[in-house]
Ligand binder design. Structure first.
Ligand code: NDP
Ligand code: 2IT
Length: 448
């Protein structure tokens, strides 16, 4: 590794030695930036790598809330305002017991490059809490979300920071958060959150956008090899927002999805998850809030407790659950079984060694920053519609989403070619995302 890049990485590790997933995300980006940093000495001259790996601001706060027994519980809340060089901070909120400052720094860091790739003017941020929505009543979730927003509202705004959903934050949570924001500020009709419901300013296609976008990106990668999705077999992990709509778009484009999972285990349906079965999954997960095991019982298919479905033979793999969910052995199994393309619906779902195995195995590998950028892209379109006090049809939003995913693919592909690694989307996406942010930082002076 180049000595400048290595020294920046070492300092990041020294400063926060426990933030392992953040180190992982930083190392992946820094390594792939090497050709750009060598070609353009200005990035070293202006200390861009030191600055871009340090969040502009971290807000940490206490979230007290009352449970069903009227007992006061306390969780920890965060908002990482990572980089606002090209637009206000933008990124989701995650509610999961594993949330720490390090996890949100990894997600906020990735968001900076992802948002740059979308072509829209959005900086990067991320937030959330170690609150676990699983097993909570609606009233408990409402109570928690309200308390969360009673602190967060003073740090966000349409020109400052615009949160959205992520793991554990969907339509229900955004509704409570928006209500609390409105109550606290008496402000309505500006875009302070995205992923809102269609009755109060949400964009059509935002729920679908991440999953659809991931499949659109995979379609573009396949086109470079003269292939498409028709007749292909796909394995999807997770069964939440991203997994559900990735499955729907696979069905639309003629692929057969044979697996889904949750944190307890995975199901294998060799006949494929058709529209009817998918509607059943959506009701299970979004309304009844049950476990994927119930799918196996209902449709009489195999269920495996624990682990992930990567041992199954498939053409397309769409990891859409969480970080580091595909390890080196699983990547090897996928390659040995002839996988053609991997599209990351989740953020950083493949461990570094797994990524190496995909690249060496000449698999079309679409990293999350590019492949799952459809969600935040339609968030950007929601902001545009709110600014206009208007809304677009489903067809209009979907067309724009598709256009953005095609543009992200082209940008990542061409950038990989320009920097001598044609078809390496990791390098292409990281460099393309970086150049825009870095140049904006230089132009705005070093205080910004
Ligand atoms: P959801 O909460 O809707 O669904 C998450 C799914 O992943 C659930 O099936 C969940 O299972 C599973 N999961 C979560 N944590 C783990 C874990 N530690 N081990 C195994 N399975 C796990 O979240 P989303 O679908 O929104 O998010 C999924 C991924 O996509 C995340 O990486 C997120 O950052 C990323 N993403 C999301 C976007 C969005 O717009 N929502 C945009 C871009 C990326 P269980 O219910 O058992 O916990
Ligand atoms: O990881 C992500 O891109 C998201 N969770 C979506 C962020 C957003 O602001 O829509």
């Amino acid at each position: 590794m180049d000595s400048y890049i290595e020294s920046v990485y070492n300092k990041v590790v020294e400063k926060d030695p426990h933030q392992k997933v953040f180190h992982q995300a930083v190392l992946e980006v820094l390594e792939s930036l090497e050709p750009a940093v060598k070609k353009y000495p200005k990035y070293k001259e202006f200390s861009i790598l030191e600055r871009i790996t340090e969040p502009e601001r971290i807000i940490q706060f206490r979230i007290p809330w009352k449970d069903r027994d009227n007992k006061i519980q306390v969780n920890r809340g965060f908002r990482i305002q990572f980089n606002s060089a090209i637009g206000p901070y933008k990124g989701g909120l995650r509610l999961h017991p594993t949330v720490t400052q390090g996890v949100l720094k990894f997600l906020g860091f990735e968001q900076v490059f992802k948002n740059s790739l979308t072509t829209l003017p959005m900086g990067g941020g991320k937030g959330g809490s170690d609150f676990d929505p699983k097993g909570k009543t609606d009233a408990e979730v409402e109570n928690f979300c309200t308390s969360f927003m009673l602190e967060l509202y003073r740090h966000i705004g349409q020109f400052i920071d615009i949160p959205a959903g992520d793991i554990g934050v969907g339509a229900r949570e955004i509704g409570y958060l928006y209500g609390a924001y409105r109550k606290a500020t008496n402000v309505h009709g500006t875009c302070v959150l995205t992923g809102k419901g269609p009755t109060y300013g949400g964009s059509l296609i935002r729920p679908e956008a991440t999953g659809y976008g991931t499949v659109y990106f995979v379609e573009e990668m396949l086109k470079t090899k003269g292939e498409d999705l028709k007749g292909k077999t796909a394995v999807v992990s997770g069964s939440g927002n991203v997994a559900q709509f990735a499955t729907e778009k696979c069905i639309d484009l003629g692929a057969k999805v044979i697996a889904l999972s949750d944190s307890s285990g995975w199901i294998h349906d060799p006949d494929g998850i058709d529209r009817e079965k998918l509607a059943w999954v959506m009701d299970l997960k979004n309304v009844r809030r049950g476990r994927i095991k119930e799918y196996a019982e209902h449709f009489k298919v195999d269920y495996t407790a624990g682990g992930s479905p990567w041992e199954l033979k498939c053409d397309i793999a769409l990891p859409s659950a969480t970080q580091n969910e595909v390890d080196a052995n699983e990547a090897k199994a996928l390659v040995d079984n002839g996988v053609l393309a991997v599209g990351e619906g989740a953020n950083m779902p493949c461990v570094p060694k797994a990524v190496e195995i995909f690249l060496e195995g000449k698999v079309l590998y679409g990293p999350g920053k590019a492949a799952n950028a459809g969600g935040v892209s339609v968030s950007g379109l929601e902001m545009a519609q709110n600014s206009q006090r208007y809304f677009w049809t489903r067809e209009e939003v979907d067309k724009r989403l598709h256009g953005i995913m095609v543009a992200i693919h082209e940008n990542a592909y061409k950038t990989s070619e320009k920097f001598g690694a044609k078809g390496n989307y990791v390098l292409g996406a990281n460099i393309a995302g970086f150049l825009k942010v870095a140049d904006a930082m230089i132009i705005q002076g070093f205080y910004a």
